[in-house]
Design a protein around this ligand. Structure first.
Ligand code: SF4
Length: 726
């Protein structure tokens, strides 16, 4: 049989690299990067390459729907059909809605699955409004909400770095997952400045013209200090400030106290680093930033940290111009009413709409349109403020991805839950506790598309190989569950019809499937394939719903002082508050737990908690590890390459010590994967949900007031040599 070559997109992580998959019958024989893809430029990483193993070697993979026959967690299953599984899910949905109301059903979703809008539609079919349960308090929303509030840009607001005079990687390491790294280094060779701000001295720090390592959770203070220097030196455009920004004098007054010396003291850096960062940003534009999750997410002061960085971008003024901040429109339209079945005229924060924890974290309710996860988990245990009876997790492993894993475990094992359904690739720790498990198709095995995180791009995915067993993509699962609940809302025959309807209805692409696949990347807002994005959309009335020039904010301008923030009880001007659990805010606790723990940084293989069972990925990092500075290792008797125990008031885990100056002194960096799964091919153990999972150490309270972000990247801990009893 001739080798088939399929052009598609890897969705293992958010980078969405273009790839060619070569297959021989049902087997993948090779995967290589697509050099014409405008996001990845032919680059592909080891995690993407391992799709060959994931597809070809299905040992341990969920291949058929299964129903629990023993006790929960006993590991005893029987195979059932998709119809049996879906009929059970639909009949239980109807019963629970009837007896307890739709809020008693929680649907959880993992990240990066290209189905956010369809998931929301399914929830609407159930009688819910919003996402139900997603960990967007961890990453997505604290990442983009400050941009939405400050700049009116509902996206990560990544910069056009290949055309920047000064490139800023703020808590962002594109060497991990982005083909753009090569372009950044090329731009630097051609004269561009590269500033890397990250608590870890990471891959890109080594290439930086200026590398700054702020203490975790203090990036907001650093941003305010840079703003102060930019203003004090007159490195801004007064005409831009007058025409397009709001609250400049308030911002000027606020930053006055953030002198380089004070910022240096807060951030544990040198004052000259603050001055130099401001000089580069203020004098060598355009400035393009890529802001990752570290600075403005996973801290109890997350939103204001992100606000400070967003305001710095607004002050510098390189908005929607080549080399500056990209302003996409895709994200704003992704969750429109036609697909979600929401009524946007209704305020999602309205008091009469019940959400779990919406009263506690109103910003999450209004912008995240989700339940507060910790309130949901507590409701699963206690039945208060309302009972939760059914939990459906789609590509989601809550035991690994939420803070305070012991609380999540108590919730997942609660006898109050009548039905737990998990749809995933493997029997994850959460799936092991389920009543029904459902098998999932991976990216090479499905034909859908992505419009979610790619700014102006719509990426076509083609199916390279048939899915093994009875693995379904999530689109089909939502479709079939939705049909059983309300067929009028789910009229399509299959995923391809869903895709083509979406493209025609929302983007004006009236295409056959073959025509859609013939152009792998389309620009949103352009009818001609390959058309260039439009710049300075704020001047042309392309950003505001009323078609007027300006930004889609309350004032129509970039808001240094935000009426929206004030309405939610925040200081309207960005300010710095100390993380809730730090050596400064909790000096007594710090006597027993003297180090700052930070979880969640990426490593070259794996995506979140997934794939530690896959040999090609596990070979890179066989054992759990955490990074500590040599001074801290010496102080606490920890040896490079040996086991250590990391403890916090919440619990303890084990890791091998990686003793390196990559870590900032006084901090411990625990990467994301948690090494939950055994890798049989390499004879390596799995550590489940509780033995190497940094989230065991993280408190669920206190949380960021409006949004509920927790202290995943700034909590107190200690290290000791050895494994103890783990
Ligand atoms: S896993 Fe690797 S190849 Fe796949 S999208 Fe991410 S960076 Fe690209």
């Amino acid at each position: 049989m001739p080798i088939k070559k399929t052009r598609t997109v890897c969705t293992t992580c958010h980078a969405r690299c273009g790839v060619f998959v070569y297959s021989d019958g049902d087997e993948i024989v090779k995967i290589e990067g697509d050099p014409d893809n405008p996001k990845s430029y032919g680059t592909i990483c080891g995690a993407g390459m391992s799709q060959r193993e994931i597809h070809n070697d299905t040992e341990g993979r969920l291949l058929y729907p299964m129903r629990r026959v023993g006790e929960r967690g006993s590991g005893e299953w029987e195979r059932i059909t998709w119809d049996e599984a879906l009929d059970t899910i639909a009949s239980e949905s109807r019963r629970i809605i009837e007896e307890y109301g739709p809020e008693a059903i929680i649907t959880g979703q993992g990240t990066g699955r290209t189905t956010n809008h369809w998931h929301c539609r399914l929830n609407s079919t159930l009688g819910l409004e919003g996402w139900s349960l997603v960990p967007t308090h961890v990453c997505l929303m604290p990442h983009i909400l400050p941009n939405a509030i400050s700049l009116g840009i509902f996206s990560p607001a990544d910069g056009d770095l290949p055309n920047s005079g000064t490139m800023v990687l703020w808590g962002q390491n594109p060497a991990m997952e982005r083909g753009i790294m090569r372009l950044i280094l090329d731009r630097q060779k051609a004269g561009g400045n590269l500033i890397v701000i990250d608590s870890r001295f990471q891959d890109m720090s080594k290439h930086a013209d200026l590398a700054i390592q702020p203490r975790p959770g203090t990036d907001g203070a650093l941003a305010l200090g840079i703003i102060r220097e930019v203003i004090a030196n007159g490195w801004y455009d007064q005409e831009w400030i007058d025409n397009w920004t709001y609250g400049f004098e308030d911002l000027r007054a606020r930053v006055e106290e953030f002198t380089p010396e004070r910022v240096a003291e807060i951030c544990w850096i040198g004052p000259e680093q603050v001055r130099e960062a401001a000089r580069m940003m203020g004098t060598a534009g355009p400035v393009g930033m890529m802001v990752g999750l570290g600075p403005g997410c996973m801290h109890t002061n997350a939103i204001q940290n992100g606000r400070a960085i967003a305001c710095l971008q607004g002050l510098l003024g390189w908005i929607d111009v080549p080399g500056g901040v990209n302003v996409p429109v895709a994200f704003s339209v992704m969750l429109d009413d036609k697909i979600t079945l929401w009524d946007s005229a209704l305020d999602p924060g309205r008091p009469e709409l019940f959400t779990f924890g919406g009263d506690k974290h109103p910003l999450y309710k209004s912008f995240g349109r989700s339940n507060d996860p910790n309130t949901v988990f507590k409701a699963m245990i206690t039945g208060e403020p309302r009972p939760v009876k059914m939990f459906v997790a789609i590509a989601d492993d809550p035991l690994l991805c939420y803070e305070d894993s012991n609380l999540t475990y108590e919730a997942m094992t609660s006898p109050n839950l009548d039905l737990i359904v998990v749809k995933d690739f493997y029997l994850s720790p959460t799936a092991q506790l389920a009543d029904i498990v459902l098998p999932t198709a991976d990216w090479s095995e499905r034909c859908t598309y992505d419009e979610e995180l790619d700014g102006p791009f719509i990426l076509a995915f083609d199916q390279a190989v048939p899915a093994p067993g009875e693995c379904w993509d999530d689109w089909r699962f939502f479709l079939e569950w939705g049909k059983r609940m309300n067929p009028e809302q789910w009229p399509w025959a299959d995923e391809k019809e869903m895709v083509l309807w979406r493209l025609k209805e929302f983007y004006g692409f009236d295409l056959t499937w073959e025509e859609f696949q013939a152009v792998p990347v389309r620009i949103v807002g352009a009818t001609e394939p390959g058309a260039e994005p439009v710049h300075k959309k704020y001047e042309k009335g392309l950003l505001r719903p009323d078609g007027q020039p300006g930004f889609p904010t309350v004032t129509g301008k970039i808001e240094f002082s935000s009426p929206a923030m004030a309405a939610f009880g925040y200081d309207p001007v960005p300010d710095y508050t100390e993380p809730a659990e730090s050596p400064v805010s909790q000096p007594e606790l710090a006597k027993e737990y003297p180090l700052i723990g930070s979880t969640g940084h990426r490593v070259y293989s794996f995506f979140h908690s997934a794939w530690t069972n896959v040999p090609a990925q596990r070979a890179f990092y066989p054992e759990p590890f955490a990074v500590v500075h040599p001074d801290d290792a010496a102080r606490f008797g920890v040896t490079d390459g040996e086991w250590m125990t990391i403890s916090s008031p919440r619990g303890k885990i084990i890791s091998k010590a990686l003793v390196s100056r990559e870590a900032k002194a006084g901090c411990v960096f625990i990467p994301r994967p948690a090494w939950r799964d055994e890798c049989k091919a390499l004879g390596l153990s799995g550590y489940g949900w509780d033995r190497a999972n940094g989230n065991v150490l993280v408190p669920s309270e206190p949380a960021e007031p409006g949004y509920g972000a927790t202290a995943m990247r700034s909590f107190l801990c200690k290290i000791e040599p050895g494994r103890g009893d783990l």
